[in-house]
Design a protein around this ligand. Structure first.
Ligand code: ADP
Length: 575
């Protein structure tokens, strides 16, 4: 039965029973009222009149007859019982006889007898009527009890059944919904009834079934995708390690396992901080992740790793994974992926190239130097006089030789830098000395283009902690670039100043400047701004950067394309 019908029936039945109970009660109360009224009006009054008439008979006063007359008149109007009227008429006749004085004693006795007869008649009637009233009361009690019991039984049944009838399925349904919410899609509800709950259960079960089906299908798909990605990562030739936001290892491929030298079971699921205690490589890999800022923007050097009994070089790349959770605005870091790119092959090629350049430039340097010496001898008049044409030839040979010497020098320096063999002699040095040497070295070059130097240097300046020879080479290179890339008759401004723990030497020219897209690349090896017509190797600034950074300093450039550039050397103050 439907809940709605159940409620309507239960409440409706109660309503009808309450009305029935009220009607039965009202009916019997009314019947009892009629019964008692009947006794009062019909019989009690007659008894009262009779008593008054008897009292009047005993009374010897003048108005006794009058009193009797009034009560007799009242009684004549109140004849309610069978035979009462005849007795009353007889009483009237006797009283009339008494009034005209007929055989007084005999009449009085008759009157009294008739009054008693009337009283007797009414008392019997009272008794009879009270029996009737009692029967009515008994009947009322019975019917009220029957309807009351019925009401109680129905109300009790409703009280016991109706709340549980409604609440139990709701509770069961709530529990099942909670199960579904906690992803237990196998949950079902079983309501046997044909009520609305039955339909609700049916719909709920269909929904749960569909959710289960969907979940199973998406889970299978997800598992498939997971397997695919795992296989993909495992088949990668580069070692890959995935960490969560707390640096716990989530996955690591075969290659990673090989180089770390720990079996999969001992690495996956463990905190890399714990692993790093025993494993140097893990420590190196997560070093930048442990530092504040997660090492963002830091460029790491290739890592040398021994695995499979051979030495390998790996370029480390750390990718920080962030997602925007559904319904949220801000990104949240969920982990990191460390990829180690195997660059051993390139590194070996690089070594071969460096060795080749080093050997070639070293072998070239001695003959070129002797050519230069021979040229200087030839220029000497004592050796023999040269004509103008020969002199011109010698000048141009000298130029070429100088350039060749510079190139071989730079290449040799570069090979030193690349093989990590820079030998620095860092001592407290006066920056003005460095500047003087550099100015002397570039004096002739500047004069050829009519370029002037403007120097701004304070009287006293702190000494710098630097390798004098190498720093002079760097400043010479900067001045030489300034001259080469400036127009004739220009002025190059050189400024020495102090700031915090550094002494800054800046070289400002008013030449062609460097376009923004090339600014960061000019310190790369062999990089030359496209379209640069002046001769060069593109190595000067790269070597300069290595030399300066190796002694704890910095080199930077500011430039406005078309207006000139300012190169600044930041050298550490000597303490
Ligand atoms: P190069 O031997 O080519 O001068 P550098 O490493 O010294 O090699 O410089 C790299 C490139 O940077 C140069 O080719 C040039 O294009 C640019 N560059 C260097 N200094 C300046 C400067 N003062 N003004 C404009 N461009 C410059």
């Amino acid at each position: 039965m439907k809940i709605k019908t159940k409620l309507t029936l239960g409440v409706g039945l109660l309503f009808i029973l309450i009305i029935l109970l009220s009607l039965v009660g009202a009916r019997y109360i009314n019947a009892l009222k009629n019964d008692t009224e009947n006794i009062l009006v019909a019989n009690y009054n007659t008894l009262e009149y009779c008593r008054n008439m008897l009292l009047a008979l005993e009374d010897s006063s003048a108005n006794a007859a009058k009193k009797f007359e009034i009560n007799l008149q009242n009684q004549e109007k109140n004849n309610t019982e069978i035979g009462e009227k005849e007795v009353t008429t007889e009483l009237r006749n006797r009283f009339n006889d008494y009034k005209i004085g007929k055989s007084e004693n005999h009449v009085l006795t008759t009157i009294r007898t008739q009054i008693f007869q009337l009283m007797n008649m009414n008392m019997q009637a009272i008794q009879r009527k009270s029996e009737v009233a009692k029967a009515t009361a008994d009947k009322a009690v019975l019917w009220i009890a029957i309807t009351g019991t019925l009401c109680f039984l129905i109300a009790f049944t409703l009280l016991v059944n109706l709340p549980s009838n409604i609440a139990n399925p709701i509770q069961e349904l709530t529990e099942s919904i909670e199960q579904i919410a906690s992803e237990n899609y196998a949950e079902r509800v079983h309501f046997e009834s044909h009520s609305e709950f039955g339909q609700l259960a049916k719909s709920f079960n269909i929904m749960a079934e569909k959710l289960e089906e969907y979940n199973n299908s998406s889970l299978a798909k997800l598992m498939m995708e997971k397997k695919r990605i795992e296989t993909l990562i495992n088949n990668m030739h580069d070692p890959v390690i995935g960490l969560d936001e707390n640096l716990k290892v989530i996955f690591a491929n075969e290659e990673a396992m090989k180089i770390v030298g720990v079996p999969k079971a001992e690495i996956v699921g463990r905190y890399s901080q714990d692993l790093s205690v025993k494993n140097d490589l893990v420590r190196t890999l997560i070093q930048d992740l442990m530092s504040p800022g997660n090492g963002v923007g830091t460029k790491t050097k290739p890592i040398k790793i021994y695995s499979d009994n051979k030495e390998g070089y790996f370029d480390k790349e750390t990718i920080h994974i962030s997602i925007t959770p559904t319904g949220e605005q801000t990104k949240k870091l969920i982990g990191h992926v460390i990829i180690l790119r195997n660059i051993t092959e390139y590194k070996e090629l690089d070594f071969a190239k460096t060795n080749f350049i080093a050997t070639v430039s070293h072998e070239f340097k001695t003959p070129i130097s002797s050519i230069k010496m021979s040229l200087q001898l030839l220029e000497n008049e004592k050796v023999g006089k040269l004509n103008d044409e020969q002199k011109n030839l010698l000048y141009s040979i000298n130029d070429d030789v100088t350039r060749l010497l510079k190139i071989t020098g730079e290449l040799l320096d570069m090979t030193q830098v690349e093989s990590g063999n820079i030998h620095l002699t860092i001592l407290p040095t006066d920056s003005r000395d460095i500047l003087d040497f550099a100015l002397k070295a570039t004096k002739t070059q500047a004069e050829q283009k009519y370029i002037k130097f403007s120097i701004d240097c304070p009287q006293s300046i702190s000494k710098v902690q630097a390798d004098q020879e190498k720093t002079t080479w760097v400043l010479t290179n900067l001045l030489s670039n300034g001259i080469r890339y400036s127009y004739d008759n220009a002025t190059i401004n050189i400024k020495i100043s102090e700031a915090d723990t550094f002494v800054n030497i800046s070289v400002k020219d008013t030449g062609q400047g460097i376009a923004p897209q090339h600014k960061d690349k000019i310190f790369d090896r062999y990089y030359r701004v496209p379209g640069t017509k002046k001769e060069g190797t593109g190595l000067g600034l790269a070597i300069s950067k290595e030399f300066i950074e190796a002694q704890g300093g910095q080199i930077m450039v500011e430039s406005e394309f078309g207006a000139g550039s300012t190169f600044t050397l930041m050298l550490q103050k000597a303490t």
